[in-house]
Ligand binder design. Structure first.
Ligand SMILES: C[C@](O)(CO)[C@H](O)COP(=O)(O)OP(=O)(O)OC[C@H]1O[C@@H](n2ccc(N)nc2=O)[C@H](O)[C@@H]1O
Ligand SMILES: Nc1ncnc2c1ncn2[C@@H]1O[C@H](COP(=O)(O)OP(=O)(O)OP(=O)(O)O)[C@@H](O)[C@H]1O
Length: 294
């Protein structure tokens, strides 16, 4: 049985569009979105411990160990495996622990789903190392307890999502290149969703309506109007990137992106990004790099 899994990617997602179609009684919003996986990622390293401790071996400024989604994911998985083993194998089950290292590349509060992706990678890697035997569906149900974006990363394919983001249908998306700009602000998701100015009644679309042109993306991001009002930096980045095509925000921001059909077009745009912003080029991926673990 392997004891370590190193260099496990936790890729970013882009919301190619994001429509808010309603609100549930618990305050969570009903969405329609297309999730696109891209090859820009955090890297996680896992080592099995024979005691049942979960330790984060790298510090993430601003994220205490106990509230890190990676640590919370590992604990949740431990509990689920323990519950499953006690049903299947009686009481002899001894839980294992893990040391988890995180190389953070994805900006936090960026709308790229970094924390959620780290959590999904943790669930996949530790389910494998601990031989937990949980199915993809079981992991997705656990992931939903950690955040609305986590099930998508476990689903492992680009998807049309509904509900709060957990009802997923696989979708083939074009092999595009993206330029992603971090406009220098961090936006907490709940600030955008709780705004009284948020449009919550966009008319639902059908998945079959989805199409993507070379310049024009389908739909819009309903969270963008709220974000640009509160964070002019986001508006500025969208305006600048809009010179190259249809630029928009991903998720609840702050990052903005533009799609390109050819890599050299993305390179040209990336080269001219003003130096006050961090920016990256990313390629569309068809599948999560760890999909094979499940
Ligand atoms: C904006 C998106 O990134 C789009 O992919 C997601 O919907 C957000 O997913 P996430 O970061 O995993 O979100 P969570 O950690 O579950 O929720 C953060 C906060 O956002 C709000 N929230 C989130 C998702 C959703 N469908 N409706 C909401 O109203 C809730 O106030 C919640 O307290
Ligand atoms: N491993 C982690 N990596 C990043 N953030 C984490 C992690 N664990 C907990 N968090 C918390 O989650 C918050 C959101 O971070 P994240 O990078 O997922 O934002 P995001 O990209 O805007 O997410 P989304 O697109 O899902 O709204 C952070 O501000 C941080 O407090």
């Amino acid at each position: 049985m392997p004891r370590t899994l190193n260099n496990c990617p936790a890729p970013a997602k882009l919301n190619l569009f994001l429509h808010v179609t309603g609100r549930r009684a618990d305050g969570y919003h009903l969405l329609q979105t297309v999730f696109q996986l891209v090859d820009f990622n955090d890297l996680l390293h896992f080592e099995v411990r024979d005691d049942d401790l979960i330790r984060r071996s790298t510090d993430i400024p601003g994220v205490p160990e106990q509230s890190d989604l990676v640590v919370r994911a590992a604990r949740l998985l431990q509990t689920a495996i323990r519950a499953k083993s006690s049903v299947v194998a009686g009481s002899a089950y001894k839980p294992l622990g893990a040391n988890i290292g995180i190389e953070k590349n994805l900006p936090m509060g960026g709308g790229l789903g970094g924390g959620s992706s780290d959590a999904a990678t943790t669930l996949m890697a530790l389910n494998h190392l601990w031989q937990g035997g949980l199915s993809r569906e079981e992991l997705m149900a656990l992931g939903l307890q950690l955040g609305a974006d986590v099930p998508f990363f476990l689903f492992g394919r680009n998807a049309f999502a509904e509900g709060i983001g957990e009802s997923l249908q696989k979708l083939d998306t074009p092999r595009l290149w993206f330029v992603i700009i971090q406009p220098g602000v961090t936006i907490p998701t709940e600030i955008i969703f709780s705004s009284s100015e948020l449009t919550r009644s966009t008319k639902p679309v059908k998945m079959t309506d989805f199409s993507i042109g070379t310049k024009k993306l389908f739909g819009k991001n309903d969270l963008e109007a709220v974000a640009v009002k509160q964070f002019p930096e986001v508006a500025e980045a969208i305006k600048w990137l809009g010179n190259y095509g249809d630029a928009r925000m991903t998720g609840s921001g702050a990052c903005v992106f533009c799609a390109f059909t050819e890599e050299h077009q993305a390179d040209a745009a990336l080269k001219s990004v003003p130096s006050q912003w961090k920016a990256w080029k990313a390629k569309a991926m068809q599948e999560h790099p760890l999909a094979g673990l499940l």
